[in-house]
Write a protein that binds this ligand. Structure first.
Ligand code: GLA
Length: 382
């Protein structure tokens, strides 16, 4: 299908076709930018890139999702305020060149089925897809973790959206039927097998993530402030990752109620991820579900990044048979929930969610039974 689109636009067959998946985070929310732990999985929805090399330094790109085209020179690669969808590709291209990997011009078509602005990391998929595209086109052997950092840099510094490293990491390094346990401080990771008798079901509120960026920036600042105040007590902490539950309690006098609750979310969420990995590895899927539930409650009450729609979806989910756990996933303020559901119950669950959400809020929920999938660089790990 992408090959056909490429032919239609550029009248030739592409030299390279690559794809990068979106992601769902099972647990470990708003911990990545606090040097903490996360446990996401790549999903079976992708952004696919098809392209060929040009003899000059021009990039002609067509977005299937936006039905829009752009053309620019790599010698004048600026942020584009008109075709904003192109900035992920531009940013990745710019930073690869800045890092000493000269690029040729290219004709590119890209697009896919990762829902946009739904908290499933479609932008990370575009960044990782773009980086993988250039790597394959040029036959570059680049370290996967370098690629991940470059993709994140494009989002932070070129597009100008703050984010941690989780989304780009999992889009690049996810593995079939596995979640990925990542330490966001030293970037060590391990794949953890998911059982095939439970399904990861994603429910989309259909509500775009309003406020997400400004509230996200605010949470970042609040976490930094909490760290500074805790460190002011003479404790050796660089980030909330270093704060134990005991140290947090001992710091209660220097934090106001809001900062205390923000910090408590991060501190307890990090512990939940460590516990979740342990119980997933030991097969205690019921306990895993409880940890997901606790994560949501903490995001709703302490971190305050949930929304009415997310809470309603979670409440309906928890009432359904075969549901082990339900929580919001991603940055919050809209987007999706992630649910762990026993295999035989998944279909009835999907129907019950759609019906219940319609009754409660008059809105339409989309439900995807997802499958943990390979990242764009899977199989190429060094
Ligand atoms: C967004 C960011 C991630 C992470 C999550 C919250 O998806 O891109 O880096 O911070 O929010 O866990």
């Amino acid at each position: 299908m992408i090959t056909e689109s490429f032919k239609k636009h550029f009248g030739a067959t592409p030299e390279v076709v690559v794809r990068a998946p979106g992601r769902v985070n099972l647990i470990g929310e708003h911990t990545d930018y606090n040097d903490g732990f996360v446990l996401p999985a790549a999903i079976d929805r992708y952004v696919t890139f098809a392209g060929r090399r040009r003899a000059d330094r021009r990039v002609r790109a067509h977005s299937l999702d936006f039905q829009d085209s752009v053309e620019f020179s790599l010698d004048d690669n600026q942020k584009d305020t008109e075709h904003r969808w192109s900035n992920y590709l531009r940013g990745v291209s710019k930073f690869l060149e800045e890092d000493g990997h000269p690029l040729p011009g290219a004709d590119i078509v890209f697009g896919g089925d990762v829902p946009r602005e739904a908290g499933l990391s479609s932008s990370a998929a575009v960044e990782v897809g773009a980086a993988t595209f250039w790597m394959r086109l040029l036959g570059l052997q680049l370290e996967p973790v370098y690629m991940v950092k470059l993709a994140r840099r494009a989002e932070n510094e070129f597009v100008g959206v703050p984010c941690g490293i989780m989304d780009q990491f999992i889009s690049a390094l996810g593995r079939n039927d596995h979640a990925l346990f990542l330490d966001c401080r030293d970037l060590t990771y391990r794949h953890v097998p998911l059982r095939n008798d439970v399904k990861v079901v994603i429910c989309n509120t259909g509500v775009k993530r309003a406020l997400a960026q400004s509230e996200y920036e605010l949470r970042l600042k609040q976490c930094r402030k909490a760290v500074a105040q805790i460190a002011g007590k003479g404790l050796a902490v660089r980030s909330l990752r270093d704060v134990s539950p005991e140290a947090l309690l001992a710091s209660r006098d220097v934090l106001d109620d809001l900062l205390f609750r923000r910090a408590r979310h991060v501190v307890t969420e990090n512990q939940r991820v460590l516990d979740a990995v342990k119980v997933l590895e030991s097969g205690d899927i019921e306990r895993f579900g409880e940890l997901m539930n606790a994560s949501h409650d903490s995001l709703r009450d302490d971190y305050e990044v949930s929304s009415k729609e997310l809470d309603v979806l979670v409440e309906i989910a928890r009432r359904q048979p075969g549901v082990l756990g339900a929580r919001m996933t991603g940055a919050g303020f809209g987007g999706c929930t992630v649910n762990l559901v026993r295999q035989g119950a998944a279909e009835a669950f999907a129907e019950a969610i759609k019906k219940g959400y319609k009754e409660a809020l008059g809105l339409k929920a989309e439900v995807y039974v997802s499958k943990a999938s390979d990242g764009a660089l899977a199989g190429r790990m060094s």
